[in-house]
Design a protein around this ligand. Structure first.
Ligand SMILES: NC(=O)C1=CN([C@@H]2O[C@H](COP(=O)(O)OP(=O)(O)OC[C@H]3O[C@@H](n4cnc5c(N)ncnc54)[C@H](O)[C@@H]3O)[C@@H](O)[C@H]2O)[C@@H](O)CC1
Ligand SMILES: Nc1ncnc2c1ncn2[C@@H]1O[C@H](COP(=O)(O)OP(=O)(O)O)[C@@H](O)[C@H]1O
Ligand SMILES: [K+]
Length: 572
């Protein structure tokens, strides 16, 4: 953690990565052969850094350029004194990989890429150079068996159990989604678990979403000399838009600064001017619930105060005012009894943002929603408010660009059932599933049962980023989908992943009430004028940073109180 908390870097799709490489080759920046040599050299170097004493390595080379990288790794490790076995395919790869294969043949042989071949001799290390970004369909036959074998080995220690280093990605992982191609969504059978993955230039979506972090192990992003300047050019017409990701280690190791000015702004938004007063920092209104439901709203309120909102008012119904008199004492309390009352309260233009949902109760949320949306105030909708939205005849009606929705996957599925179903599905369907939910479910069940149809499918898989982008476009506002990989999309910023993976993991956030704190941080930032997209990004970053700073034993109450410590490291 450090002052780079908000720094982000590009997160590419496989197609964008290919475009970048092609652009580099077309503009004479580098030849394909040179890129392959650098990629292989980067992998060999990372291996030698971690395993300085040469041992026995088996390099598994696939049919494409990923295999080409593998032949380079084999040659360089051989030169470094390793005992190298190479398992490869008969098929002729493209010209660059063919050249690397030829160069390897000058030093050693190639055995068949089979389970039997893999098991024939013990090794200290396996290098997986079977598939990278070119994987377009589920692996089949012998290669599928081999990948399953490697996957099982990592899980239960059977068969081959030596550490595995993946070139670009563990083979079978879809680099667009983080799912395993051909496996049930969320299941990791069929792809090896790597100890180390060395990827090139930029992380891909699949490295940080879903199963990516678990399958990749440590992720090293090696620079292979693709242009940093003018990178927008090669992407040109390629959809979807380039996403960004953040996570402390990635931020620290890379000098990509402000993308679109968001990174710097996120930081600056948290400072306070020497001459300001409380109203210069906004007034946040939290629409709390009835008796017995106070805890969640107070968690949000404390977070909003800690993030620097000038004033925070808790607004329960009159009968619950007494319960909400509990600390923090810095809070103001004022009853709001129904939509009329709310509209009246919001005539006060000094109220700069509102939150509805945490502990508000579904009925109360439903009663207040329309009035709140009608005012056009910057608004965070969380928890019960999301459930209330999903129960309306037109769930998304009235949402405006000043809104942030913060669903977890369950709430997301209620609001966007078809998108959630697509996310559960194994492949990006050629045509969309039927609108009607029951028909869509039947459609998917039939698809999943039809192995032949599945095998014929082409990637890329539908990803969480795709789903959240679609949801944000439909809702016309910012959507933050919570999870270990928190994804944000909205009208005023690029799609974004807060990568809570690798050494940025914040698993202690999986505790009751931590979502209420997140909503409160976003509310506080929005009350201070961050706008919805940046508010969501500030929230996701600070939330994870506070959890990492506190560490094991964290309960949601600790999160707001840990924020000052995080701010100290940010020099705010
Ligand atoms: N293009 C470049 O300039 C560079 C590419 N590099 C490497 O090249 C990789 C991408 O290379 P490719 O595009 O050749 O793709 P891959 O080597 O990842 O695999 C594609 C090959 O496998 C086949 N294939 C795909 N799915 C299959 C399946 N289920 N069963 C059997 N065969 C299948 C494809 O038809 C193709 O021949 C990257 O991951 C990276 O490792 C690096 O060398 C850096 C430079
Ligand atoms: N394994 C994890 N790693 C990182 N963050 C997590 C993890 N599990 C949950 N979180 C985060 O914790 C919060 C949980 O929020 P939510 O699901 O609304 O729970 P609650 O309603 O109990 O507050 C979200 O911000 C989510 O991103
Ligand atoms: K690979």
């Amino acid at each position: 953690m450090g002052k780079d908390l908000f720094a982000s870097r590009e997160l590419l799709t496989s197609a964008q990565m290919r475009a970048l490489e092609n652009h580099a080759m077309a503009t004479g920046l580098a030849t394909g052969l040179a890129l392959m040599e650098r990629a292989g050299a980067a992998v060999a170097q990372e291996i030698r850094l971690r395993w300085p004493v040469p041992g026995r390595v088996v390099v598994l080379c696939g049919p494409g350029n990923n295999g080409g990288d593998g032949y380079v790794v084999a040659r360089l490790l051989d030169e470094a004194g390793w005992q190298v076995r190479v398992l490869g395919l008969e098929t002729a790869p493209g010209p660059d990989a063919a050249e690397m294969k030829r160069r390897w043949r000058e030093r050693g042989g190639i055995e068949a890429l089979t389970v039997e071949g893999l098991r024939r001799e013990e090794a200290d290390l396996t290098v997986d150079a079977i598939f990278g970004t070119g994987l377009t369909r589920p692996p089949e036959g012998e290669i599928a068996a081999l990948l399953r074998d490697l996957g099982n080995a990592a899980r239960d220690g059977h068969a081959v159990s030596q550490p595995l280093v993946a070139v670009d990605a563990p083979s079978g992982l879809c680099l667009d989604s983080g799912a395993v191609l051909g496996a049930r969504r969320g299941a990791d059978a069929g792809a090896p678990h790597a100890r180390l993955t060395v990827t090139f230039d930029s992380p891909r979506r699949g490295h940080v979403l879903e199963l990516g972090p678990a399958l990749c192990g440590e992720l090293v992003i090696a620079d292979i000399g693709l242009a940093r300047q003018g990178r927008v050019a090669p992407f040109g017409a390629i959809a979807p838009p380039i996403a960004l990701m953040s996570g402390p280690r990635f931020a620290a190791e890379q000098a990509f600064e402000s993308h679109f000015g968001h990174d710097e702004l996120c930081r600056n938004l948290l400072t306070k001017s020497a001459t300001g007063h409380k109203f210069s920092h906004g007034h946040a209104l939290i629409l709390a619930g009835g008796l017995g439901q106070g805890g969640a709203a107070r968690l949000s309120a404390k977070a909003a105060l800690r993030v620097g909102a000038g004033l925070v008012t808790l607004a329960p119904p009159t009968e619950a005012l007494g319960e909400h008199a509990l600390p923090p004492d810095a809070l103001m309390r004022r009853a709001v009894d129904g939509p009329e009352d709310l509209l009246h309260r919001l005539e006060d233009k000094r109220i700069t943002a509102a939150l509805l949902g945490p502990g508000s109760g579904i009925e109360r949320a439903a009663a207040l929603l329309s009035a709140l949306l009608e005012t056009g105030r910057p608004t965070v909708l969380d928890a019960d408010a999301l459930t209330a939205l999903s129960r309306r005849a037109e769930p998304l009606a009235g949402l405006h660009p000043g809104c942030v929705l913060t669903p977890h996957l369950g709430e997301f599925a209620r609001l966007f059932p078809d998108l959630a179903e697509k996310l559960r599905g194994p492949v990006l369907p050629a045509s969309p599933p039927p609108e009607d939910m029951a028909a869509a479910l039947a459609w998917h069940a039939a698809l999943k049962a039809d192995q032949a149809a599945l095998a014929a499918m082409r990637g890329p898989l539908y990803s969480k980023l795709d789903a959240v982008c679609e949801a944000a476009a439909r809702a016309g506002c910012t959507v933050l989908l919570k999870g270990a990989d928190t994804v944000i999309a909205g009208p005023d910023g690029p799609p974004f992943v807060q990568a809570s993976s690798y050494d940025a993991a914040a698993p202690w956030l999986a505790t009751a009430g931590s979502g209420d704190v997140l909503a409160g941080i976003i509310l506080g930032a929005m009350a201070r004028g961050s706008g919805p997209y940046r508010g969501a990004r500030i929230g996701a970053a600070l939330h994870a940073a506070a959890a990492r700073s506190f560490g094991p034993g964290l309960i949601a109450d600790d999160l707001p109180d840990t924020l000052p410590k995080v701010f100290h490291t940010l020099a705010i």
